[in-house]
Write a protein that binds this ligand. Structure first.
Ligand SMILES: *Cc1c(COP(=O)(O)O)cnc(C)c1O
Length: 377
């Protein structure tokens, strides 16, 4: 059984993929071929923003967005600790200071009350200048942008949406990757919209920021890459990946429907047995992961699933503020107890658009069995 079944998707759209790949090979424009601009336009249209600039991966996308804003030494950037390392890593890499904020364990996203308390604490300490918030759309659910954008406006902060997992989710009809001033996403194969290698994008409604970010992707180019007007990077989505992503985007909405149906089946069957993920009113998730909280010994539950041939994964067992590379960075007032609790009890079940009901029934039975067995001992 696959945790994320990329093969089933490939089989479904194989003729389109083969033709798209063959076209790129025939044209020979491996870098910046026509498919790249076509995909960027489709991506911007899908999300509902004016500009999408593709780049090498979701980590570069974060770095590009931070560089474009001129964020650096002395700046505090508020990030959740319960996320993939890249979110805080790029803040630290450009010389700014990641400041870790707790999460709401029901949604796995940044806790907006703790966010505001953390901003106040950093502002009154006076060593760092509060500059930006990077909310993460964890496991496919957009963060609470209505609240976050209000907090950012009040404190004069820049909001950068890390939509690497959120692509396809919505809040009040707005799609993920349209929130904040700039949003980033990733096309790593296992993300909701994944390619067959690395890829990423930055998205914004602001034409000036879009132009700066496009320049940053190509060695700080001015009129061309031999006219260098700023220090940049070499970060591009290659033509083959863009051609593949165009075909995957064409079936993405149907896949979201399938993911939602699978999530509803999990919710109906498991909500009395484990803590299932909450999708607040007005939100939809793209279900990048289906993550549950189990009381007691998670490893026993995972071992029991494994015996039944069912893969499960822990995202994330060690939150960033406890990692060797990040433990010297500040955390919000009172520490991050909800993050630490979640890291100890969370686990993710197989989730993808091609999860059929029979397979899912097996998973559900095994989870119920594992939890029941655990409770007896
Ligand atoms: C995957 C991921 C990234 C980084 O994307 P890559 O394309 O792997 O560089 C950044 N943030 C989050 C939350 C992610 O899940």
């Amino acid at each position: 059984m696959a945790f994320i079944d990329l093969k089933a998707q490939q089989e479904r759209i194989k003729p389109q993929l083969d033709a798209a790949i063959a076209r790129v090979l025939a044209n020979g424009n491996y870098i910046s071929g026509p498919e790249v601009a076509e995909f960027e336009q489709q991506l911007a249209d899908y999300v509902g923003v004016a500009h999408a600039v593709s780049c090498g991966n979701g980590t570069d996308a974060l770095q590009i967005a931070l560089l474009a804003e001129g964020i650096g030494a002395g700046d505090a950037v508020f990030v959740p600790s319960f996320t993939f390392a890249a979110t805080a890593e790029m803040v630290a890499l450009i010389g700014a200071t990641p400041v870790f904020v707790d999460i709401d364990p029901n949604t796995f996203n940044i806790d907006v009350e703790h966010l505001e308390a953390t901003i106040d604490a950093i502002a009154s300490a006076g060593d760092l200048k509060p500059r930006a918030i990077i909310p993460v759309d964890l496991f496919g659910l957009p963060a609470d942008y209505a609240s976050i954008e209000a907090i950012a406006a009040k404190h004069g902060l820049y909001v950068l949406e890390d939509g690497a997992q959120g692509f396809g989710g919505t809040q009040n009809g707005r799609r993920a990757c349209s929130f904040g001033t700039v949003a980033t996403t990733s096309f790593f194969p296992a993300k909701p919209l994944g390619c067959y290698g690395d890829g990423g994008a930055v998205l914004t409604n602001d034409p000036e920021r879009a132009a700066v970010m496009r320049s940053l992707c190509i060695h700080g180019k001015g009129t061309d890459k031999y006219d260098n007007v700023r220090i940049g990077m070499n970060s591009r989505l290659d033509t083959l990946q863009a051609a593949i992503l165009k075909e995957k985007l064409a079936v993405f909405d149907e896949e979201l429907v399938s993911r939602q149906a699978a999530a509803e089946r999990y919710e109906a069957a498991l909500s009395n047995h484990v803590r299932t993920p909450r999708v607040p009113a007005g939100f939809t998730s793209s279900w990048a992961q289906y993550s549950i909280i189990v009381d007691g010994d998670r490893s026993a539950v995972m071992a029991s699933l494994k015996e039944s041939g069912i893969p499960s994964v822990v995202y994330y067992a060690k939150p960033l503020h406890l990692q060797t590379a990040y433990k010297h960075y500040p955390v919000g007032p009172g520490g991050l107890p909800k993050t630490e609790f979640t890291a100890e009890h969370v686990m993710s079940l197989p989730m993808h658009p091609y999860l059929d009901e029979a397979t899912q029934a097996k998973i559900i039975d095994a989870v119920k069995n594992a939890v029941a067995v655990k409770e007896k001992v």
